[in-house]
Design a protein around this ligand. Structure first.
Ligand SMILES: [Ca+2]
Length: 355
């Protein structure tokens, strides 16, 4: 994506210079072209809204075709697990078959402070909509190479989980369009609640038409200055759409990247095409530098309330509400009659005692 943006800008710049032959003064023409190039570059960083100076791909943390250095041997940079399988075009984490689990994990702990991860993947299968599952997850966690119930990885993980959930397990999820992409930060004790599609712990997310798409589908995760943003590009327009933006998020360094997937009764092909990690060069004020020196040992989010989602229990229907009211009125009436008759008798007995 970064390359694509740069190429577009260069193209704009070249066409501008090409349309400028009427200038006789070569120097002025060159100077003007330089000025325009500077404007294009400045507008690009301004549009980004953040003060990134440059970025470049870190091969040691990236998984790209032709997938060299990927396998089961101990010297591999990426390790495969379960049903994960390498083909020339992708790493298939699970095939479109029931009860499979597959994953791929980086062997290198991440020691980059500011980074951007671009993931290309493909989820496709023969099942009809909502009769497919369960989805994929991308990880940056302390643990690696574990089996478990969270999209083929362990629960109570420590670190970042980004889920592409393709099956609504909970009927309470019907207000969301699936597939649903969401972010969770695990601290080692927090549980992902599969029954509620992870809603009680999600920090943010969005719906994205990822499954059986004719377009290439991408996720972009950016982490810098304790801010994590998640964007998606799924509709073939080559532009990033905001999906989640979480501030005050602190991640320890030395965690591992991974991708995992699982199928259950329902299935899909879950294919990972690439994971590219870019190191970002970010300017910091002295205060920000000071703030960054604090050692983070466990993942945290400053403002927990920003992501506390209440799972609402099912409310009463209109008929139930009506019946409850009627029974309450009848009940109150019966109680009043009983109370009145008891009071009447007591009064009668009292009168008799006086005679
Ligand atoms: Ca689900």
């Amino acid at each position: 994506m970064v390359a694509a943006v740069t190429v577009t800008n260069l193209d704009r710049f070249r066409s501008f210079c090409f349309l400028w032959p009427m200038f006789r003064f070569k120097n002025i023409r060159e100077l003007t072209c330089l000025f325009v190039a500077a404007c294009v570059l400045v507008s690009r960083s301004a549009a980004d809204g953040q003060d990134f100076v440059e970025d470049f791909m870190k091969r040691e943390y990236s998984l790209v075709k032709p997938y060299r250095g990927l396998g089961f041997s101990t010297s591999s940079q990426w390790h495969l697990m379960g049903t994960a399988m390498i083909t020339p075009d992708h790493v298939r984490l699970t095939p479109d078959l029931q009860s499979r689990q597959g994953a791929v994990w980086s062997r290198m702990p991440l020691l980059v402070r500011d980074w951007e991860l671009q993931v290309q993947f493909k989820i496709h299968g023969l099942g009809k909509k909502n009769l497919n599952g369960d989805g994929m997850a991308f990880w940056l966690t302390k643990e690696r190479m574990q089996n478990g119930p969270v999209f083929g990885n362990m629960n109570q993980f420590t670190g970042l989980g980004i889920f592409v959930d393709t099956y609504p397990n909970s009927e309470h999820s019907l207000d969301r369009m699936f597939p649903y992409v969401s972010v969770m930060l695990g601290n080692g004790s927090l549980s992902y609640d599969q029954e509620y599609d992870g809603r009680p712990t999600d920090l943010g997310g969005c719906s994205a038409a990822i499954r059986n798409s004719i377009y290439d589908t991408f996720l972009l995760v950016r982490y810098s200055k304790n801010r994590l943003t998640l964007r998606v590009d799924v509709d073939g327009k080559q532009e990033w759409k905001d999906c989640a933006d979480i501030t005050g998020l602190r991640l320890p360094s030395g965690y591992f990247f991974g991708a995992s997937s699982a199928t259950g009764d329902l299935s899909d092909n879950h294919d990972l095409i690439s994971m590219k990690l870019f190191q970002l060069t970010v300017e910091r004020t002295p205060e920000e530098e000071e703030d960054d020196k604090e050692e983070v040992t466990i993942p945290t989010v400053d403002n927990m309330e920003q992501f506390q989602v209440e799972v609402q229990e099912e409310g009463m229907s209109g008929v139930q509400y009506f019946i409850t009211i009627v029974f309450s009125i009848v009940g109150l009436g019966v109680l009043s009659v009983v109370a009145l008759s008891v009071y009447g008798r007591w009064k009668e007995n009292r009168r008799k005692r006086f005679y």
